[in-house]
Ligand binder design. Structure first.
Ligand code: RAM
Length: 358
């Protein structure tokens, strides 16, 4: 049995009574959230006529800093426009539960839905029904299928993420040696896109000709327990690798934790996309030298500006359309496939970690 099979079988666990009850509890919570305005909502706005318009933001899952920050950024702009923004979603990645949130938002009169999709194919039909009911949809972070949304707001350029990760690893291993990508579930559109672009750069850029990707590991979810288990297995199965690239804030922290616990920080380079607060202890200890991210707060702000422009019929998602986000965020142009890039990436190291502002 190979690593992927072993890990797959290894991940089936005994289900506790709480786990069995969880879906029912979720629906009760969900209905009360949609009916009552959700876990967070903005107060009255300054621009007048949007205050009765309710919007709902659905992350891949709740409880991690990137999505909380995206919500906060969106809330800031929602207040300025006078929208009432609610936030809620599955507690672990689940497209089925996202569909329930979408349907509840439509049933409860929400006029706009933001979504970071767990599985584009699974959530898009519900989003299409929402659109047919007059609800505008903006995807952010992880796209859904184009038919299910007007605009996709990516945190930063997908190509820059792919190349940046290769560079962070390559520069630490002399641009030579084997490595593994520890990703998230195989349905995550953002992970899939970044990994694909990374492989293309690896194959076409002569700078990386001596770097070899052994395998891409897709755990069944984007959770810390899974990522820890898979990181441990990677080190057992491929002890000769030079490093791991983990393009999720969950997995990069989990890989760093495993390497630090096993006392092999000097043997393996861990890099990828990390939350600065979560990665702080590994940077301070010297176990991780570099990782990258972008401002999720800014991503949420830009997503809200895009939603406002869609609701006001200023844009529909066609390439070349423009909208403004005001203040220091400025103007944005819709790119191919209705994609808008919110801002630049930041590479973190011990030299700048204390300066991060998101
Ligand atoms: C995790 C999620 C998210 C991704 C970041 C980098 O928080 O997978 O979708 O954008 O990592």
């Amino acid at each position: 049995m190979n690593l992927k099979q072993r890990l797959y079988f290894g991940s089936s666990r005994h289900r506790s009574p709480l786990a069995i009850l969880a879906p029912f509890l979720l629906i009760v919570l969900l209905l009360s959230a949609c009916g009552g305005g959700g876990s967070t909502s903005s107060g009255g706005g300054s621009t007048g006529n949007s205050s009765s318009v309710k919007l709902y933001m659905i992350p891949k899952f709740t409880g991690i800093p990137p999505f909380t920050q995206a919500d906060q950024g969106a809330q800031d702009v929602a207040k300025q426009y006078g929208y009432q923004l609610s936030y809620g979603g599955p507690t672990s990645a689940s497209a089925t539960q996202q569909v329930q949130f979408i349907n509840s938002a439509v049933a409860n009169g929400y006029k706009g839905i933001f979504i970071s999709g767990d599985d584009p194919a699974a959530v898009t039909p519900a989003l299409q029904r929402a659109q047919q009911n007059g609800v505008s949809v903006v995807s952010f972070d992880a796209d859904v299928l184009p038919a299910g949304r007007s605009i996709y707001v990516e945190g930063t350029s997908a190509q820059q993420i792919a190349d940046g990760q290769l560079e962070m690893l390559g520069s630490q291993i002399g641009y030579s040696g084997d490595f593994v990508i520890l990703s998230a579930q195989a349905t995550d559109a953002n992970q899939v896109q970044w990994n694909k672009l990374l492989v293309q750069s690896l194959q076409t850029n002569p700078k990386y000709k001596n770097m070899h990707l052994v395998t891409i590991i897709n755990p069944p979810d984007d959770s810390t327990p899974s990522a820890v288990q898979y990181a441990q297995s990677i080190l057992k199965e491929y002890p000769h690798i030079k490093g791991i690239i983990a393009p999720t804030t969950i997995a990069v922290a989990a890989a760093a934790q495993v390497v630090q616990q096993e006392n092999v920080c000097n043997k393996y380079v861990i890099t990828g996309l990390g939350d600065p607060k979560q990665m702080e202890s590994y940077i301070t200890s010297g176990c991780v030298k570099k990782f990258a991210l972008w401002s999720f707060s800014r991503e949420g702000q830009v997503a809200m500006c895009a939603m406002h422009a869609v609701l006001e019929h200023q844009i529909t998602g066609k390439a070349g359309e423009k909208f403004s986000c005001g203040g220091n965020l400025g103007d944005f142009t819709v790119g191919d496939s209705g994609t808008v890039t919110a801002g630049p990436p930041t590479v973190f190291s011990k030299d700048n970690l204390d300066q991060f502002t998101f």
